[in-house]
Design a binder for this molecule. Structure first.
Ligand code: C2E
Ligand code: MG
Ligand code: MG
Length: 334
């Protein structure tokens, strides 16, 4: 029965001469194990359907009692997150990006933080997907960009040497039709020169509508800001697209930097990324640098910038302001 449905959906549907492909998510519940009446069975099948949606589209799943607990926890988190959005309960942390040659902080990555009153600190990897699914990312994303740009502009007014702030942009946010005008407006309102703003995008975002995204990226580049390809190596890592995307740099994912000294595959991947970037004239940033040995490996292989706990953890605004004000030079050779 499920196979028959899958086969039926594999074929495209023709609607007014246009071919459409539909994906589907299916949940299955059985009587009597999962319920005795239609309402209960439908509820359980619904739960199984939401669970299979969560593990990727075009999927099916059978109801299990643990799904109810997962969904209950997810709904609770969603409720707490909604309160956080309404009360603007987020903060931003800033993590230094260090230039390999000079050891100086030349940029900061902006990272979203949420401390739920009920559950404490929740990592962004857990709540950002919910912000995306609910569409709240539009409002929160604008707040992140605005706050980061306003803070960077105020540092410049305090006489701190201009630094570039790098803001992570999620897929749903980048795909908003008014994304470009939102960025333009935020820069105008905060007075930050576009040269001091960078946007970090991931491959999974860009691969969804390549042509449309290339146009949008060109528009953004035309404004004067920088574009970075985050978590490189974890997705498609397509050389053909890399050549076409108007990006300035790629960030080697933390998982490869982690294994660069003891895992032959990671060593090969990092060296390949560095070589490829060099021939495409792209800058490279190594993420998640935690040890001197990793740092030396990247430096010796001409990685331009580094970021990681070795230099500094992401810090709240007051601490990073103090660090910048005291002109601390992180990562200098001793
Ligand atoms: P990302 O953009 O790749 O950010 C780097 C992550 O690595 C951050 O985790 C950072 O705290 C962590 N990190 C940096 N150096 C080290 C290190 O040396 N060791 C280890 N173990 N970790 C290190 P975080 O803050 O938990 O963020 C996770 C992801 O959540 C980010 O990955 C990004 O994809 C997303 N994210 C965070 N803030 C934002 C935001 O403001 N907007 C959007 N759209 N996504 C965000
Ligand atoms: Mg990032
Ligand atoms: Mg990353």
């Amino acid at each position: 029965m499920i196979r028959a449905l899958e086969e039926a959906f594999e074929r495209p549907f023709t609607v007014q001469e246009t071919q459409l492909r539909l994906s589907f998510s299916l949940g299955v519940a059985f009587a009597p194990a999962d319920g005795m009446d239609a309402e209960e069975l439908l509820n359980k099948a619904d739960t199984a359907m939401y669970s299979s949606k969560g593990s990727g589209r075009n999927n099916f799943g059978f109801f299990t009692p643990s799904m109810e607990e997962q969904i209950r926890r997810r709904l609770l988190l969603e409720k707490q997150l909604q309160n956080a959005v309404l009360s603007q309960a987020f903060t931003l942390h800033y993590q230094p990006r260090v230039e390999s040659i000079s050891g100086r902080i030349i940029g900061l990555e902006v990272l979203l933080r949420w401390e739920s009153p009920e559950s404490g600190f929740i990592p962004p990897d857990r709540f950002i997907p919910i912000l995306e699914e609910t569409g709240w990312i539009k409002e929160v994303g604008r707040w992140i960009l605005y706050t980061a740009c306003r803070t960077a502009a105020s540092w410049q007014n305090q006489g701190i040497a201009p630094l570039r702030v790098w803001v992570n942009i999620s897929g749903r946010q980048f795909m908003e039709p008014d994304f470009f005008s939102m960025v333009e407006k935020v820069l105008a309102e905060t007075g930050l020169h576009p040269r001091y703003l960078g946007l970090e995008l991931t491959e999974s975002v860009l691969m969804q509508n390549v042509e449309g995204h290339i146009d949008k990226m060109k528009q953004l580049k035309h404004l004067g800001l920088r574009l970075s390809l985050d978590d490189f190596g974890t997705g498609y890592s397509s050389l053909a697209y890399l050549k076409r995307f108007p990006i300035d740099e790629i960030k080697i994912d933390r998982s490869f930097v982690d294994g660069v000294l003891h895992d032959e595959n990671d060593t090969a991947i990092v060296l390949t990324i560095l070589g490829m970037a060099r021939s495409l004239d792209l800058r490279v940033v190594g993420e998640g640098v935690e040890t001197d040995a990793q740092r030396h490996f990247l430096e010796n292989n001409l990685c331009h910038e580094m970021q990681g706990y070795l230099f500094s953890k992401p810090l709240p605004v007051q601490e990073i302001s103090d660090l910048l004000l005291s002109q601390a030079r992180l990562g200098q050779r001793k």
